[in-house]
Design a protein around this ligand. Structure first.
Ligand code: 1PR
Length: 560
């Protein structure tokens, strides 16, 4: 049977591969339209307009490629169009992210940045994670393409169509059906529908089974009605201050073993070789299969770290590109890839800038790239340069092109004890776990090259520098805790949460579900990552989530 083709407007903004994969998974063909000269643009019936990253970059590129008039004609002709994320934002009038630049002005609202000071103790911006939405408006006759307020959807954005004053009423009076999201106390447009125009601020292609249902409903043009009464019922046990669920990430450390096979491995304090017998690299399974397994178990994100990339990974051979491409076909939650995101030189001498390396990963299905060694180098250069960026570091170049939400820094700190706070220029903490000589203070020195090189720089200062340079999230490992199964370093996590406003992912030390409960209850971490306990089969992600739910924490449990 021939499959029907639908079209995706390609403004070269982030990961379009995943949307294409989701559409194909649902039984349709998806083709990209790169500019207005493509005849398919006029003849297409259903169009997708996805976008991530910087508003100004997206809108300018959209207009430069000649899409504005054809898209207006498509909408005026009553043909279906679905915008996603910045693809929704483009319909607004403008955004404080890019002052002076007009959007399409179809949706009469301006976008503004979420307010970090909205909650006591601060609210992380960007808004990253799984949140719910509510459907407003008259109880009947509304059509919502399977939007379900009992489900959770994946959001990643700093700016939003925030509903202030009587804006919601005004939009509804103008015929916009709204699904409303809430981040802290700020209510914003999570999805809109008016006639043939449908747009979501969240990423349905990254929202597991619940998101796939929405894409399917749009593809099939089945506008299922949901009554607000049905929708509000929820078995959630906790109301988090932000509205976000407790995000659980499965992490796969990947490298080639001594036989040359790409395997998932796991270290103890970063040592990945077996202690006994052979001393081989520990082989815990195949990366793509394991990613798929964790997706099915309900992981909210999957992270791949190519842990030996620093040794030299000519871009042509980058084995992780194939891992990403394959994983993105079946894993419909966000994928992060790290290791080797830096300026590289191919064997033939061709220089490949980090931005291009990252672009290859985004085009292969990654949503975020994670930068380790180069983040340390960039932070050192930042301080040498009088607390200013050089404009050339990978953090800066990638976040400028793809948005800060696409750039994670992976921090590999080691605890370092000092006699008192004045014996170092770095920010210290008074620890509950004194050092070998009774030292009551410590800070965390950062390392690079997988812990091999220790730098005279504090993790607190590193994170602040990287946030200033344009990083959007911190993956906070801890070498002392890695593989220990003894729980997270709670002091480190609280220390870094104080340093930055961007989200922090707690990593290293998870050994059982109670460690996840502890890190969410005793710190303000935005997410928690586990590796060894999942890989060794001791617990599934689903078991961790059930445990958290049974202990009163809000988690996403996908219904498929
Ligand atoms: O420096 O930009 O090329 O990136 C290299 C990446 O590889 C960095 O993100 C660095 O953290 C990672 N890496 C390098 N060497 C190792 C190693 O283990 N020998 N792994 C390594 C880091 C740490 C965590 C781990 C948690 C949870 N892995 O991601 O998964 O500690 O483990 P647990 O739950 O079992 O305790 P660049």
């Amino acid at each position: 049977m021939t499959r029907e083709t639908v079209y995706i407007i390609d403004v070269e903004s982030g990961n379009l591969r995943s949307l294409q994969n989701a559409i194909e998974h649902l039984g349709y063909d998806a083709r990209l339209i790169k500019d207005a000269s493509d005849p398919a643009l006029a003849s297409a019936d259903r169009l997708f307009l996805p976008g991530v990253g910087n508003y100004g970059h997206f809108v300018l590129e959209f207009k430069k490629r000649g899409f504005e008039e054809p898209i207006r004609r498509h909408i005026a002709a009553g043909k279906p169009l679905m915008g996603i994320c910045v693809g929704l934002q483009a319909f607004a009038q403008g955004s404080t992210e890019s002052p002076g630049l007009s959007g399409l002005g179809i949706l009469p609202i301006d976008l503004v940045k979420f307010d970090h000071n909205d909650l006591p103790g601060g609210k992380s911006v960007p808004h990253i994670g799984w949140n719910s939405l509510k459907v407003k408006g008259p109880e009947t006759s509304k059509t919502y393409y399977s939007l379900d307020p009992a489900s959770k959807y994946y959001f990643v954005h700093s700016y939003a169509a925030i509903l202030k004053g009587d804006k919601q009423k005004q939009l509804e009076e103008e015929g916009w059906n709204l699904a409303i999201g809430k981040y802290g106390s700020e209510e914003f447009v999570a999805a809109v529908i008016k006639g043939n125009l449908f747009a979501t601020q969240f990423h349905p292609e990254k929202s597991g089974a619940a998101g796939l249902k929405i894409i399917k409903a749009f593809l099939d043009q089945t506008k299922v009605s949901i009554l607000p009464e049905e929708s509000t019922s929820s078995s959630d046990t906790e109301v988090t201050p932000t509205g976000l669920t407790r995000r659980i990430i499965a992490c796969l450390d990947v490298r080639t073993n001594d036989n040359g096979d790409l395997v998932v491995t796991k270290g103890d304090q970063y040592d990945v070789r077996e202690k006994a017998d052979s001393g081989d690299v520990r082989n815990l399974g195949k990366p793509v299969e394991m990613a798929e397994k964790y997706y099915k178990q309900g992981a909210d994100e999957v992270t791949f770290l190519n842990i030996t990339s620093f040794r030299n990974s000519p871009i042509k051979d980058a084995p992780m590109l194939d891992v990403l491409k394959l994983a993105a076909k079946t894993v419909f939650v966000p994928l992060t890839v790290g290791g080797g995101i830096k300026d590289v030189v191919d064997p033939d001498g061709t220089k490949v800038p980090a931005l291009e390396v990252a672009s290859l990963y985004f085009r292969s299905g990654a949503d975020k790239v994670s930068i380790g060694t180069d983040a340390v180098l960039a932070a050192e250069a930042y301080f040498t340069n009088g607390s200013k960026g050089t404009g050339t570091s990978p953090i800066e170049t990638i976040s400028k092109a793809y948005g800060i939400q696409a750039v994670v820094i992976s921090v590999d700190p080691k605890r370092f004890y000092v006699k008192d706070a004045s014996s170092t220029k770095y920010q210290t903490i008074k620890t509950q776990f004194p050092g070998p000589n009774g030292e009551e203070y410590c800070y965390y020195r950062v390392t690079s090259q997988g812990g091999r090189q220790v730098h005279e720089l504090g993790a607190y200062e590193l994170c602040q520098a990287c946030e200033a340079l344009g990083a959007g999230e911190v993956l906070l490992n801890c070498i002392d805790k890695d593989g220990s199964n003894s729980g997270y370093d709670l002091e480190l996590i609280n220390h870094i949460k104080e340093a930055v406003q961007i989200p922090v992912i707690a990593s290293s030390g998870a050994g059982n579900p109670s460690h996840f409960e502890e890190v969410f209850k005793k710190t303000s971490t935005d997410a928690a990552l586990g590796a060894g306990m999942f890989h060794r089969g001791e617990y599934t992600v689903h078991e961790v989530k059930e445990y958290l739910r049974d202990h009163g924490l809000l988690v996403r449990i996908d219904d498929e």
